[in-house]
Design a protein around this ligand. Structure first.
Ligand SMILES: *[C@@H]1O[C@H](CO)[C@@H](O)[C@H](O)[C@H]1NC(C)=O
Ligand SMILES: *[C@@H]1O[C@H](CO)[C@@H](O)[C@H](O)[C@H]1NC(C)=O
Ligand SMILES: *[C@@H]1O[C@H](CO)[C@@H](O)[C@H](O)[C@H]1NC(C)=O
Ligand SMILES: *[C@@H]1O[C@H](CO)[C@@H](O)[C@H](O)[C@H]1NC(C)=O
Ligand SMILES: *[C@@H]1O[C@H](CO)[C@@H](O)[C@H](O)[C@H]1NC(C)=O
Ligand SMILES: [Ca+2]
Length: 511
């Protein structure tokens, strides 16, 4: 392909190249954090990073060296393919190389000397990454285009394959399909897999070399022939089921089924003029990053989205580790012109296990955290219980009653904190789940001071406080005295003051 052709292709890409969707976040965050935008990487020619595999083994010419003729001049068979000679070999990588100085380089197969056995070849192009095609896929055949071939694609790294488009000089005969052109397609059936005769008929090997999978024309059905109205296309991408997937792939496969025949039947007396030769495969596409990345880079020889919006994964297909509790969603082209980022754990619906609906973004540690957790919960996602509460393990984290009060006795416990199973940590002599009773041999000692169980079995009744294990300080209106070795007493409440007599009250009080 000439340089001018490449430039022309790049120029044609312009509608996609407009600055729409090329940044993922505002440069300067507000107090609440940066503003996120739907974003996607720019398209590039993916031939630079494709892995090429051809099948069956031995289909590439030159081992052993072989002479071949051309369809245009079948009796001049002076050309030779020789895998051991750099100048005469035609290995598969010449389908994806950059041609310099106008020298066309190409992969070439063995000739059809085994006719009538079919001459079959598979070319598998692998990226190991979801890509979205944004312009025509163009395969350039030297020495004539095949009279029958299928373009297939995989969206799961080669596990399953679907046909993308059939190509034949006679669609009905080759595939039992009536011939169609992309221009026959309407918005309702734009993802239909068709058979076309447009790229398989003989017009001379030098006149027409390209076999095209038409992407522009399909886009044009929505965006207009010059792709002026890209907004219409973006809207369709979001609203028409299966449309984005139709333009998505991880691998492509060309199944070459019958070579160029020069516009006539196979001539058995000169089979050396039948073979396949491909000089270039252009695949303009962008990394599929679910609108969460504006860059895509080669890392460890694999394409990888540089994810923003707190997303992660090769295609930004999940939330990053800190934000895993938030449901992941792809970004959206809508509403136009800026779309919606649908970033992880951002916005009003932050993930707080149902105990709050407010989040705050802490810029310097890049974390979104719940604010005002209710139901005695706390934590970034309201996933812990407040001090003095423990989690009822038999309830889901989202239950209103998930946090149960520890009820640790203020005097008997070391702290208000309890274990996962609700056990308080007791002071010496105290026991029980809440530390509200005494061990054998200990007695509870009430009063204002934080003394609990008295190893000396000294206790002052009626709320008296034992001082120095010797005497009781009695509350108001009580008196008491020390008696060694036994209970201390605050036993003597004075008589209540005489009350004024009232007939009704005295009747009630006597009951
Ligand atoms: C090409 O791939 C298809 C599908 O896997 C397979 O059935 C066929 O045998 C392959 N052809 C060649 C020539 O390897
Ligand atoms: C393909 O990509 C995945 C995901 O990034 C990676 O783990 C794997 O190693 C890659 N495989 C090859 C053959 O490069
Ligand atoms: C697509 O739909 C249009 C209009 O509904 C119809 O005319 C056309 O034949 C369809 N094309 C295919 C390939 O089914
Ligand atoms: C924990 O929840 C279960 C189920 O609702 C309930 O039966 C149990 O009483 C709860 N336990 C506590 C300590 O509240
Ligand atoms: C103690 O007695 C006084 C009067 O003698 C009385 O006013 C007060 O209410 C009593 N206090 C208590 C706690 O019984
Ligand atoms: Ca080439």
């Amino acid at each position: 392909m000439s340089i001018s052709h490449v430039l022309a292709l790049l120029a044609l890409l312009l509608p996609w190249g407009r600055c729409q969707f090329d940044v993922c976040r505002s440069l300067h965050g507000s107090k609440a954090g940066p503003e996120f935008y739907a974003c996607q990487p720019p398209p590039t020619n993916m031939k630079e990073v494709m892995q090429i595999r051809v099948d069956p083994p031995g289909i590439t010419c030159g081992n052993p060296p072989e002479r071949f003729c051309t369809l245009e001049n079948p009796y001049l068979c002076s050309d030779e393919c020789d895998a051991s000679s750099p100048d005469l070999s035609h290995p598969p990588q010449l389908m994806g190389d950059r041609e310099r100085g106008g020298l066309i380089t190409y992969w070439q197969t063995i000739t059809w000397s085994r006719f009538p056995e079919p001459l079959l070849a598979n070319i598998t192009l692998t990226w190991n990454k979801s890509l979205e095609v944004v312009d025509d896929i163009v395969v350039t055949f030297e020495y004539g285009r095949p009279t029958s071939m299928v373009l297939e694609k995989s969206i799961d790294k080669g596990v399953t394959w679907q046909p993308y488009q059939y190509y034949a000089d006679d669609c009905l005969e080759a595939f039992g399909m009536s011939p169609k052109r992309v221009t026959d397609l309407a918005p309702s059936n734009i993802t239909r897999v068709i058979c076309t005769e447009q790229y398989s008929r003989w017009v001379g090997a030098k006149e027409e070399k390209s076999v095209v999978f038409e992407v522009r024309a399909r886009f044009g059905v929505f965006a207009g022939p010059k792709l002026i109205n890209m907004d219409a296309l973006y809207t369709r991408m979001e609203t028409t089921k299966g449309l984005r997937d139709f333009f998505t792939f991880t691998n492509l496969r060309l199944r070459l089924l019958r070579p160029a025949l020069g516009g006539t039947y196979v001539q058995r007396d000169n089979l050396l003029k039948y073979f396949y030769a491909i000089s270039n495969i252009d695949v303009f596409a962008r990394c599929k990053c679910n609108l969460h990345a504006s860059q895509c880079a080669l890392r460890d020889a694999t394409l990888q989205c540089e994810c923003d919006h707190n997303t992660a994964g090769q295609d930004c297909q999940s939330c990053s580790r800190e934000f895993t509790s938030r449901t992941w969603r792809p970004g959206s082209y809508l509403p136009l012109p800026k779309g919606t980022a649908n970033a992880c754990c951002w916005g009003t619906d932050c993930e707080c296990n149902g105990h709050s609906n407010r989040c705050s973004y802490i810029d310097f540690i890049n974390v979104v955290t719940c604010v005002s957790c209710k139901h005695n919960t706390r934590g970034q996602n309201c996933q812990y219980c407040r001090l003095g509460y423990y989690q009822n393990a038999s309830l889901p984290l989202t239950d209103e009653n998930v946090c149960v009060e520890c009820e640790c006795h203020a005097d008997g416990s070391v702290s208000p904190r309890c274990s996962d199973s609700g056990l308080c940590q007791c002071k010496d002599g105290a026991t029980g789940r809440r530390c509200d009773s005494c061990l054998p041999g200990y007695t509870w000692r009430g009063g204002g001071v934080a003394n609990v169980c008295d190893g000396e079995r000294l206790v002052c009744r009626n709320g008296g406080t034992c001082v120095d294990f010797l005497r009781c300080v009695c509350p108001e209106n009580f008196t008491g005295k020390h008696s060694s070795g036994g209970e201390q007493n605050c036993l003597n409440p004075p008589l209540p003051p005489p009350r004024p007599l009232h007939p009704v009250l005295s009747t009630l009080s006597s009951e």
